[in-house]
Design a protein around this ligand. Structure first.
Ligand SMILES: Nc1ncnc2c1ncn2[C@@H]1O[C@H](COP(=O)(O)OP(=O)(O)O)[C@@H](O)[C@H]1O
Ligand SMILES: [Mg+2]
Length: 239
């Protein structure tokens, strides 16, 4: 459960988020909105990259302000990036191992945790490949694998579907659907691919100019004329 109250982020004269209030209880929640709407800023606040100007966020009942930024991964707040942050000169396995240094492992052998995470995202055959030798899709999947180790509570994905081929996108969809059952984490998914959001997200939150303009079951939200006008840039037409 993510509880956001009156959250504002001011970047000088620009508002990244503007008095955003939302309750997000669903296992997989979509976060959509036009470019500049504040989607990445929200992920940055939750993961600690950006400090909110005002407002409060609770995750699993815990006030985020009480969790130091360097302890958020261990608490279970994890993310992937709009531009993948894979370490180029480490193998896929060692990219995951680096995360295991900072999260609870339940005393399980590292090699087993790494093998399981690679298998989950379909990268077992690339275990010993260097980050720089992975293609864009494999890098995305490796970021997801890193986010699933060490008891995550919330995994946020920033546009994981961008630029993927059809079969890659279908595999991504399956992986996102399975994350909750696999590692217990809630998922917050930012993407422009309406088919991906529709197929994976029970509920969707729509941002525009840093505020929520709609929230509810995904199909209804995406059909809302107000959302279509903001998000698709078409003129509002309620007929
Ligand atoms: N570090 C920053 N410094 C200044 N302005 C920023 C910064 N990050 C985001 N913004 C601004 O905040 C607004 C929201 O941006 P962002 O969260 O990246 O939108 P989205 O991910 O929905 O495209 C935009 O106007 C953007 O230019
Ligand atoms: Mg963004």
């Amino acid at each position: 459960m993510i509880e956001i109250d009156d959250l504002t982020v001011q970047f000088g004269g620009v508002r990244g988020l503007s008095a955003l209030t939302a309750r997000l209880p669903e296992p997989v929640t979509g976060l959509v909105g036009p470019n500049g709407a504040g989607k990445t800023t929200l992920i940055n606040v939750l993961s600690g990259f950006v400090r909110p100007t005002t407002g409060q966020v609770r995750i699993a009942g815990q006030d985020l302000k009480a969790i130091a930024i360097h302890k958020r991964a261990a608490f279970g707040i994890r993310r992937t990036f709009q531009n993948e942050q894979v370490v180029e000169n480490l193998t896929a396995a060692d990219n995951i191992a680096a995360v295991l240094d900072n999260v609870p492992t339940g005393g399980q052998p590292r090699a087993a945790l790494i093998a399981r995470a690679l298998e989950f995202v379909g990268l077992s055959a690339r275990r010993d490949a260097l980050g720089r030798d992975l293609n864009a899709y494999q890098r995305r999947m490796l970021e997801i694998a890193r986010a699933t180790v060490g008891r995550p509570r919330l995994i946020m994905m920033d546009e994981p579907g961008a630029g993927l081929a059809q079969h890659e996108s279908e595999h991504l969809r399956d992986v996102i659907r399975q994350i909750g059952g696999y590692c217990g984490a809630q998922v917050l998914l930012v993407d422009h691919d309406v088919d991906l959001i529709s197929a994976t997200c029970a509920a969707t939150l729509v941002l525009d100019f840093g505020s929520a303009i709609a929230y509810g079951p995904t199909a209804g939200v995406l059909a809302d004329p107000k959302v279509r006008a903001a998000y698709l840039g078409v003129l509002e037409d309620a007929t």
